[in-house]
Write a protein that binds this ligand. Sequence first.
Ligand SMILES: [Zn+2]
Length: 419
Amino acid sequence: MPVFQRIGTWCRTRPDSAFVIVLVLLWVVGTGTRGSDRAARPETAMTDGQQVEARGGLVSSPDASLHASVGTPIAPPSSGSPPASPAIAATPPGTPEPTGLLAAAEVENLAPNELGRIPILEYHDFTTDPTQEDQWTRTIDDFRADLQWLYDHNFYIVPLRDIVVDQISAPPGKHPAALTFDDGTVGQFRFLPQPDGSLQVDPNSAVGVLEDMFAAHPDFGRGGHFAVLPFNCFDVPDEPDQEPYCREKLQWFIAHGYEIGNHTDGHTDLLDVDDERFKATIAGAVAWIEEHVPDADWDILTMPFGNYPDPERHPNQWAWLREGFSFNGRQITLVAALKVGAGPAPSPVSATWDPFMVPRIQAFDEWLARWWAELELEAETLYTSDGNPDTITIPENLPPALEGTFDPTKAAGKRVIEY
Ligand SMILES: [Zn+2]
């Protein structure tokens, strides 16, 4: 049960975002002009708060919270009035000419905003029994409804990895979102043995719901990141008959466009362990994943309990998390670390984006009701794709919550287009 939860603050922006933008789209190749005045504006943090994962009676402790500040509000332009603004130039010499650029009319229609927020939902266990639903357990029916809500609101599921390495391939006009699943519970993925010996994905497990949804809606994208545990290979809490399918499930994930992630080899609380244990528990999970699925990535770490090593007590670990480390002659380098809870993630080109502090939205009734309402009200703050992972398209007139948050250094190698 949860023992610690802090609801983050949220800076509301004006809902009247449906103003018409008159556009002139200019493609300007910059030479040495990286770093527009946007970079000099004060950073705006859009989310705050930290939830700590604490299930199964395990002890948890609060983690350091993030900061929160509110951008200086500005009035949105009146309808139809903004003058055409020049594009900014932030593309270094030698950058390949991107393909698949949107025409100006498409930009106007689709209103891409690749500085916006991205919801990354976080699930643990699943049940078909409504009386068992709580913060850590979602009913299958509610999960199905969550996905339907995302689909109905123009979201598009992308692999988590595409977000953390900023290679988001959502169609133009769609809002990318990612789904994460912690702890390898059986409700996430259950096989039903058939009389002929074959295995069917249980339609009442999360993977079954995902497969149904993706099949019914080819324009919904595809993906799901499963942070597995060697001792919980989709057979807990109480279905040991599923244990023999561990390897097959892991391989099925990779064959079907899902991701496997590192959650340490023992759900180790990394707040205060010695250096050897820190390395061994992360590297142990790497070895286990590689032994089962040699071609799987293992370099996104979901922090058990949401806890990070204390940077003052364990400066080595704090650095290793971001820079990598060697263990038994093996180099282990992570690309991202996931928090527990907090809120929507900033864009990978936002000054507030930190791939080693990726916030997520815990998927239970109270929080989803809150965030669904916020995201619906403030749709202009969402990441809206331009359809091209090699370009970053940002409107000139940003909602206040996003003003000044663009960090051009995080768009290195990409064409930046402002309209
Ligand atoms: Zn966990």
